[in-house]
Design a binder for this molecule. Structure first.
Ligand SMILES: NC(=O)C1=CN([C@@H]2O[C@H](COP(=O)(O)OP(=O)(O)OC[C@H]3O[C@@H](n4cnc5c(N)ncnc54)[C@H](O)[C@@H]3O)[C@@H](O)[C@H]2O)C=CC1
Ligand SMILES: CC(C)CC(=O)C(=O)O
Ligand SMILES: [Mg+2]
Length: 360
């Protein structure tokens, strides 16, 4: 029997609630596909900080590296918001995990399930059939650039510093992922930056243009300024196929796209490097406003696990099956974030029940 080593990192807030549903889906896959998941569970984020004084310990990192796939919930919460030491904040645990594993390619599909075309804040005709793939650079840019910090100014007052920094090689490797993905989809890449005001954006545009001309001229490439991209996502989202962008803009644009699909609770992601385990996590955060109430939508987490099946565990059929089950379950059951008249309103476990029932 094939055994896959999977590390689960539920994290903070709604993390443990949604990951419990992922575990149930994993159990179903084991039974249906005759595989075994060798599961280890670790701490990341605020819960790790409380226990070990650090949001990601060396030990947990080593275990994560030794697994075939890592499935994470989410980190953070208001109890740690006052922390000015950024190395100790919950989010730093996640950034360390991404950086240490060199997970530079963050795939964030924003798809509107048919059943949810009326759950978006945009009218049905703008979102029905929507299928965008964000390819976000994840291991560089302003979240990691040096220098950074808050410093006193000589004449009084303070300055906050973060640095946007991209090398040509960092740009080329993520652009390659976007072009390869577009080849398997509808052959169109929008590359979003701010070449009009940032040198890093200009280098981004030049390198993407060169790579396109040299190796991917069969793919259609459009350059778009990131602020216009935000506007176009709301104006006419179906014009997009693949959106290639940096760490910061990708973070913002994919959250905005979440509402096109009905809820932030719907968006999964895969973070891939060059060879090691992938990291699979929902796009959303720890949702402190609803944590502990059993009402969070577990679908983003379950779809993230489906991406793990597809990209790390060589189980594409099982991934298709889980995605189809989610789509069908939405015909009857809905968590509060996507609920509408005529549907049964369920909590986190109820949504898991509906998906498992559909899986059979
Ligand atoms: N990858 C991660 O772990 C991320 C962590 N965060 C952290 O999460 C904390 C909260 O950040 P927020 O800005 O509030 O963003 P958030 O994504 O946690 O929540 C934004 C809104 O979406 C709702 N929401 C999110 N996920 C949901 C789900 N599965 N089901 C139903 N509703 C859902 C929340 O209730 C809230 O109203 C912060 O500490 C932040 O740093 C934020 C984004 C990503
Ligand atoms: C480190 C994360 C909290 C940043 C984020 O919001 C994300 O990657 O989606
Ligand atoms: Mg984000």
């Amino acid at each position: 029997m094939t055994t896959h080593k999977v590390m689960l990192l539920p994290g903070d807030g709604i993390g443990p609630e949604i990951m419990a549903e992922v575990r149930r889906v994993m159990g179903w896959i084991e039974g249906a596909y005759g595989v075994s998941f060798d599961v280890s569970e670790g701490l990341i984020g605020g819960c790790s900080y409380e226990k070990f004084g650090h949001p990601l310990t060396d030990d947990t990192l080593a275990q994560a590296k030794a697994s075939d796939a890592i499935v994470m919930g989410c980190v953070g919460g208001p109890q740690w918001d006052g922390k000015t030491d950024y190395d100790k904040r919950p989010e730093a645990g996640l950034l360390r995990l991404r950086k240490d594993l060199d997970l530079f390619a963050n795939l964030r599909p924003a798809m509107c399930f048919d059943a949810l075309a009326d759950a978006s804040s945009l009218k049905r005709e703008y979102v029905a059939g929507l299928d965008i793939l964000f390819v976000r650079e994840l291991a560089g840019g302003v979240y990691f650039g040096e220098p950074r910090g808050i410093e006193d100014l000589p004449g009084g007052g303070r300055v906050g510093i973060n640095t946007q920094r991209y090398t040509d090689q960092e740009i080329i490797r993520i652009a390659r992922v976007a072009f390869e993905m577009a080849r398997k989809r509808n052959g169109l890449v929008h590359s979003a930056e701010k070449a009009n005001v940032m040198e890093s954006g200009l280098l981004w545009r030049e390198e993407v243009t060169k790579l396109h001309a040299a190796e991917y001229s069969d793919v259609k490439l459009e350059h778009i300024l990131a602020d216009n991209c935000a506007m176009q996502l709301v104006k006419n989202p179906k014009q997009f196929d693949v959106i290639l962008t940096d760490n910061l803009f990708g973070d913002l644009l994919s959250d905005a796209a979440a509402m096109l699909t009905g809820s932030l609770g719907m968006l999964p992601s895969a973070s891939l490097g060059s060879g090691g385990p992938g990291l699979y996590e929902p796009v959303h955060g720890s949702a402190p406003d609803i944590a502990g109430q059993g009402i969070a939508n577990p679908i983003a987490a379950i779809l993230s696990f489906a991406m793990a099946l597809r990209y790390s565990l060589d189980m594409g059929d099982a991934a298709d099956k889980v995605e189809a089950a989610v789509s069908k379950a939405l015909d009857s059951a809905r968590t509060g974030d996507i609920w509408a008249d005529g549907f049964e309103k369920v909590g986190t476990t109820g949504m898991g029940d509906a998906i498992l029932k559909t899986l059979g």
